[in-house]
Ligand binder design. Structure first.
Ligand SMILES: *Cc1c(COP(=O)(O)O)cnc(C)c1O
Length: 353
């Protein structure tokens, strides 16, 4: 029997979540499938979300893989091209590139083949990561629009606070002021903005996390948004320890029993993608019942308190996150976000659909 850890990918949940997005907007939907579809599998996600109007990712080879698999919708490279050789591939496979920096415009201008490319010009409205400052956008736009290499141009930005109380007021206003001068398509919204701010929908929305069934908001659950978790990580108890008061568990004795207690050893560790920083008390399910992590997570194992679960034993199924165990709760306990947990799912974990 193989090691019992597995990630179940629920294709119906993915479809359901795309419907939630469709319901919330009439704009075209660019499904964000970077990082191997947030850990869910690039081609698996693309196939399930084949109704999406476009796909966004980072790796040009992944983009080519999608084209070669027959997807004909817009495929957007979120960091654009990295060198002149990439540009050849953009043209050949009809991929769309984000243009975020002056060096990319210079490379476009020097591009000898003069095949037409579609580009999305990125405006920096305050995140200060990628994109042109509002005062530089006009010049960048003029440069791009007069280039024969550019066929279609979309103006985009990305919000730093769409999921928080601070919201999108100022960056939205900045973006709209710039975009008002041009008749080009617009794209602004990630999952949070798509769900919360209609005024950001523009021509294209770019949901990522919501497609995978996690809430982008700290104060609203996925279930409240009608989302269903697409990834459920489960394993089993492979050993049971009976501790006496004073006994310790695992590396560094992060947990010390103050009474007799039963502890289950679960075949799941940080090498599977479970966060090593998850503290004592991080929630999980054992045979569908609430339970808590004890001690330090090690490479291949972690420990769970079975004191209140007398029926749990070797072989009991443990749900680390997913159906019944919101990934946001695990992420919050471990001081991270659902995105990081999904993306960190290790290649050694068997995926079942
Ligand atoms: C990752 C990403 C998204 C999707 O963000 P979610 O919060 O997962 O919806 C949208 N736009 C850009 C530019 C991104 O990098």
């Amino acid at each position: 029997m193989p090691r019992p850890i597995q990630a179940h990918i629920d294709l119906n949940a993915l479809e359901n979540n795309l419907h939630v997005a469709r319901h919330a907007t009439s704009s075209r939907i660019m499904a964000v499938i970077k990082a191997n579809g947030y850990g869910h599998g690039l081609l698996r996600v693309a196939q399930t979300l084949a109704d999406a109007d476009g796909f966004a990712l980072l790796d040009i080879q992944d983009a080519i893989r999608l084209r070669e698999a027959g997807y004909r919708q817009t495929i957007l490279l979120l960091e654009g091209f990295f060198d002149a050789a990439d540009m050849e591939l953009l043209a050949e496979y009809k991929l769309t590139s984000v243009i975020h920096s002056p060096w990319q415009i210079a490379q476009l201008a020097a591009y000898p083949k003069r095949k037409k490319l579609d580009v999305w010009l990125k405006v920096n409205t305050g995140m200060n990561r990628l994109g042109f400052a509002p005062s530089d956008v006009a010049q960048a736009l003029e440069l791009l629009l007069c280039q024969r290499a550019v066929r279609d141009l979309t103006l985009m930005t990305h919000f730093a606070h769409a999921d928080e109380a601070r919201g999108i007021g100022k960056p939205l206003q900045l973006f709209n002021e710039i975009a008002a001068d041009y008749r080009v398509s617009r794209s602004l919204a990630n999952s949070a903005a798509l769900l919360r701010y209609r005024a950001t929908h523009g021509d294209w929305v770019r949901p990522g996390i919501l497609l995978y069934g996690a809430s982008p908001f700290a104060d609203v659950t996925a279930a409240q948004l009608g989302l269903r978790p697409a990834m459920t990580l489960t394993s089993r108890i492979i050993a049971v320890q009976d501790l006496r008061s004073g006994d310790e568990i695992g590396y560094g004795a992060l947990f010390r029993a103050d009474r007799t207690m039963r502890v289950g050893i679960v075949a799941c560790g940080y090498a599977d993608g479970y966060p090593r920083h998850a503290p004592n008390g991080t929630p999980m399910l054992v045979a569908g019942q609430a339970a808590r992590l004890l001690g330090r997570v090690s490479m291949d194992m972690l420990c769970v308190d079975l004191s209140a679960l007398p029926d749990a034993d070797v072989g009991s199924v443990v749900t680390l996150w997913g159906e019944g165990m919101p990934i946001e709760q695990v992420a919050q306990a471990a001081g991270t976000i659902s995105y990081e947990l999904m993306c960190a799912l290790a290649a050694r974990v068997k995926v079942v659909v």
